[in-house]
Design a protein around this ligand. Structure first.
Ligand code: 13P
Ligand code: SF4
Length: 319
């Protein structure tokens, strides 16, 4: 605890001295979330992180999350320094959608509007017409469908299927998955719901269909947090990375929050739903960024300016 207190204090001083702001995702360590909240930064979903970083006056952004979040911040604000606590923090969706293969997929289907999830590299975004996050994906694809457009979707197959089923849009899909949400299990969730019949079920749409089908609310991390604070229920079953429970408990201290079961729950671990890449973000990393300028994000200019188009289109849409 002493080392932690010292690192917290050091990080606070450095953020102030360097005129930097910490932009954190709900899945990172609770200390980093608290640090962000206590120093004028934010804890947010991926859409809000992008907007917050773009609109903040500070010229140095510390992005605690995974690489695509740092890249999106840099794409939106090339004049700012964007630093990350650990540059190796990536995402299975990003890894599973290499830019060259994706470009070939797009080339083979030139008649389709290319819609990519935020969880992709800058090079993949450079090829897209639209970027979406979990909080606005449904509305944007509905909009495209209403315009009579056919969609090429990448990379998350569960989110893609959820959107396809809810909009009826013609969607050709990449076969990617989030290694964290893919582990939630419908059968076990059904059993858990029988134990807590009054519980509301909150599900992130990167989860399999058998889990999404049982949801009272399907949404982004911020939308799930809003549900906990605004819904009348006392008990919630939460199907997303368990890092979010930190903020949920702070925002709704009297509510009962239960983690949804994962494939690994039964035998090997109690709560497997935690992203190994999000977990790489630590206080020491924040201090290192600020003290030594480690973890800086760079995006090559031609790719950056091409990728900006699809992000701006989304931000204009959700305005
Ligand atoms: P949101 O916070 O936008 O819902 O995204 C979740 C996610 O997968 C981040 O890794
Ligand atoms: Fe990627 Fe899943 Fe981790 Fe989010 S939780 S960063 S989608 S692997």
């Amino acid at each position: 605890p002493d080392r932690r207190t010292a690192l917290m204090a050091r990080a606070k001083t450095l953020l102030k001295e360097r005129n930097a702001v910490l932009v954190a995702h709900y899945y990172v360590d609770g200390d980093l979330q608290d640090l962000a909240m206590e120093t004028g930064g934010c804890v947010a979903d991926s859409l809000e992180m992008a907007r917050f970083g773009r609109d903040h006056a500070s010229q140095t952004l510390i992005v605690a999350g995974v690489k695509f979040m740092g890249e999106s911040a840099k794409i939106l604000s090339p004049e700012k320094r964007v630093l990350m606590p650990d540059l190796d923090a990536t995402c299975s969706l990003d890894l599973g959608c290499p830019a060259d293969d994706f470009a070939a997929f797009c080339d083979a289907h030139p008649d389709r509007e290319v819609v990519v999830y935020a969880n992709t590299s800058a090079a993949v975004k450079a090829r897209a017409d639209w970027m979406v996050t979990s909080s606005c994906a449904l509305a944007i694809v509905q909009h495209l469908k209403d315009q009579g457009k056919k969609v090429l979707w990448a990379p998350d197959r569960h989110l893609g299927r959820y959107i396809q089923e809810n909009t009826g849009a013609d969607m050709l899909m990449w076969n990617g998955a989030c290694i964290v949400h893919d582990e939630f299990r419908g059968v076990e969730l059904d059993l858990l719901r029988a134990e807590y019949p009054d519980a509301k079920v909150l599900v992130h749409p990167e989860s399999p269909r058998s889990v999404v089908e049982q949801a009272d609310v399907v949404g982004s991390t911020s939308q799930m947090l809003n549900a906990v604070t605004s819904m009348d229920a006392q008990t919630f079953i939460v199907a997303t990375d368990n890092g979010i429970l930190h903020r949920m408990r702070q925002m709704a201290p009297t509510k009962t929050l239960i983690e949804a079961p994962t494939a690994g729950n039964s035998a090997t671990c109690k709560s497997c739903a935690h992203c190994p890449w999000m977990a790489m973000n630590a206080l020491q990393g924040v201090v290192d960024c600020l003290e030594r300028g480690t973890g800086e994000i760079f995006v090559d200019e031609p790719i950056r300016s091409q990728a900006l188009g699809c992000i701006d289109r989304m931000l204009d849409f959700v305005k």
